[in-house]
Design a protein around this ligand. Sequence first.
Ligand code: DAH
Length: 341
Amino acid sequence: MEKLKDELKSQIGVAKSLDELEALRVHIFGKQGLLTQQLKNLAALSPEERKTVGAQLNVIKGELFDLLESLKKQFEEKELEAKLLLEKIDVTLPGRSVSFGKIHPISNTIAQIVEIFGNMGFKLAAGPDIEDDFHNFSALNIGPMHPARQEQDTFYLKNGNLLRTQTSNVQIRTMLKEKPPLRIIAPGRTFRSDSDQTHTPMFHQVEGLVIEQGIHMGHLKGCLLDFLKAFFELSDLKLRFRPSYFPFTEPSAEVDIQCDRSGGKLKIGQGNDWLEILGCGMVHPQVLKNCNIDPQTHQGFAFGMGIERITMLKHGIPDLRTFYESDLKWMDHYGFSPFEV
Ligand code: DAH
């Protein structure tokens, strides 16, 4: 029996492939296998002999089995390595059919705003989404009892801070940090606890601010007209300034653009109708004082515009909420190629 064991072990030892190992397994353990035969032969032995021979055979069986298994594992590992080496792919190679992601319409609008105002000498500015009462309200002349606070459905944090309800906080931060002349635009996220077809709890605004000596409302009007013509790609777009009220500007105005609503379709830049698109005004003297700027020597204008709104108008997107549904089909339809922006 020992001889048989040694012989089988050396046969297993020289096996060169998984197939050879499998053939040996059948040769030893198969139905007609050598060891299987030996185990069958046990029946012919006396009970005494059967016990000792049976035990010996079992040990041999175990040893041979372990040897086969460990060699099998080694072969399998080698085979896998060879396969991986053969199937290695260079992921940096270009694919055969490539579909690019799209730029979200909001990102596209922001890029255009930055470009158009950039050409007019405006610098990009930013402020935090999490803001304090001073920068979002009180420095903008919205005191503790001011009704504008209730109108804006503010999200308050436990520590007394808030999510900014308007990008106007960047006016304050810029004036406190830098000396005039100032010419900035600040696109960014804003938050209000409001949700329906025309309101989402998070939306975007762009704030504009110009502080210089001798700035007046004519500059404001010309600047906005230039921007809107460029943005909507309409060379003879008409604007209308309507008197309005904002705590941080005096005088204040809302700006309407010419539109046509006949036939149930909205067309911008034609017809006799008007559509409101932004708020603006001359920076209130108190706001200048709050930011250590002397209203006797410096003046300026400010404006605030809803980015979703002008994006919907320009591209005919009907529902505000779809901007934030992360629907790939929607993105494919309304999004922009990265090479177009
Ligand atoms: N912050 C205003 C709002 O959210 C919009 C606005 C109006 C901004 C007039 C301005 C401005 O800078 O001058 O409704």
